[in-house]
Design a protein around this ligand. Structure first.
Ligand code: ACO
Length: 333
């Protein structure tokens, strides 16, 4: 039995924060943000909209587009670094309950921006081992809840949203996920972290005062490692599968920074039309960014059944990964 990606869906909250909005909040400019990141705007969830609420909306679309019913789903995996609750219950359990699915395997994955590729790998392994048939994978983030809006070095970067896909069992090798690489190096954990509110530094007055429950990032160091690691990772996955960059129809990188995407795309000699870009309109939505970008090209009719995709991501942990796969769902009409 092989595993195939059968559908894609996404949810984008309505409220938009533009670079001009940030000019009134912190010492920054549209020019700086655009030049250094490529971001023009990002979407922000409403106060009573949680990560699981957004995940549910994306999931409903993905299940419908796969031609399935919720009861056909036998496992739900949610990748997130902004879960509804700090320790429990998991956001995947909340999503399962809101979808009306009980007696189902459901759990979260914490791999930051690489979360969706980790979830894809887990789904592939469960399906190929014969343990599951239809796995719903979700990347959902309410990063606005863990951003310090007085810190200009991070607040302009992040947005909210969710993406979901159904990974299903197939006997057709042509539909199968070709390969996935996932990796991590915890020695660089301090480059990107939320230092407070875990057991190491439990919530206290000092933690709240210093806003230690929000994301802190050594951006420039992270940038350099991201470019180096992503380039070698995508070269390796292509070589391992005896493929060339020109064999890829859609290169869908994690949307953190236009300059990182451009550097990796240039190193691979990718043509502009191969590289999927959504960072200008969504910012960095961590684990949701790849499925949101995939959904964008599906809804615009660019992503067709059988198209070869190369995904790659890099994030806190540090974690990174890449995936080679055909799109096995129906094309948009
Ligand atoms: N507006 C204006 N100036 C700013 C802003 C801002 N919003 N933010 C930083 N600056 C200033 C800095 O203070 C610094 O000023 P100084 O030279 O006087 O000290 C200057 O701009 C340059 O700062 P750098 O941090 O060197 O800027 P850089 O070009 O590296 O861009 C950025 C910063 C956008 C964060 C970039 O480093 C980056 O994208 N890093 C990688 C992010 C990433 O991929 N993270 C992993 C995924 S995220 C996840 O897993 C959740």
């Amino acid at each position: 039995m092989y595993a195939a990606l059968k559908s894609i869906g996404a949810y984008v909250p309505k409220k938009v924060l533009t670079n001009q909005d940030f000019e009134t909040m912190v010492e920054t400019s549209d020019e700086w943000i655009t030049k250094r990141t490529g971001i023009k705007e990002r979407h922000i969830a409403s106060e009573n909209e949680s990560t699981s609420d957004m995940g549910v909306e994306a999931a409903k679309i993905a299940i419908h587009r796969a031609g399935l019913k919720i009861d056909d789903i036998d496992m739900i995996v949610c990748a997130t670094i902004s879960p509804d609750y700090l320790c429990m219950p998991s956001t995947a359990c909340m999503i399962a309950a809101k979808l009306g699915r009980v007696n189902v395997t459901a759990f979260d994955i914490s791999a930051a921006c690489t979360g969706f590729i980790y979830a894809l790998a887990v789904a592939k392994a469960f399906i190929e081992s014969g343990m599951k048939k239809n796995v719903l994978i979700i990347g959902a983030e309410k990063l606005s809840a863990i951003v310090d809006y007085s810190d200009r070095t991070t607040c302009v970067l992040f947005g909210d949203g969710a993406g979901a896909a159904v990974v299903g069992a197939t006997r057709k090798k042509a539909e199968a996920i070709t390969d996935i690489h996932i990796s991590a190096d915890g020695n660089y954990g301090d480059l990107l972290m939320t230092p407070g509110c875990g057991v190491k530094k439990p919530c206290s007055e000092q933690v709240l005062e210093e806003k230690l429950c929000t994301m802190k990032m050594k951006g420039n160091e992270t940038f350099k490692i991201a470019v180096r690691t992503l380039t070698s990772d995508v070269v390796n996955i292509l070589n391992d599968n005896e493929m060339k960059a020109s064999d890829i129809k859609h290169f869908i990188p994690h949307q953190a920074n236009y300059r990182i995407i451009k550097a990796v795309g240039d190193a691979l000699k990718m043509k502009e039309e191969q590289v999927v870009l959504t960072v200008h309109k969504y910012g960095n939505t961590s684990s949701a960014s790849i499925p949101m970008a995939m959904n964008d090209i599906w809804e615009s009719g660019r992503l067709r059944q059988g198209d070869t995709m190369l995904l790659d991501a890099f994030g806190g942990g540090l974690t990174w990964g890449s995936a080679l796969l055909p799109f096995a769902g129906k094309s948009f009409k």
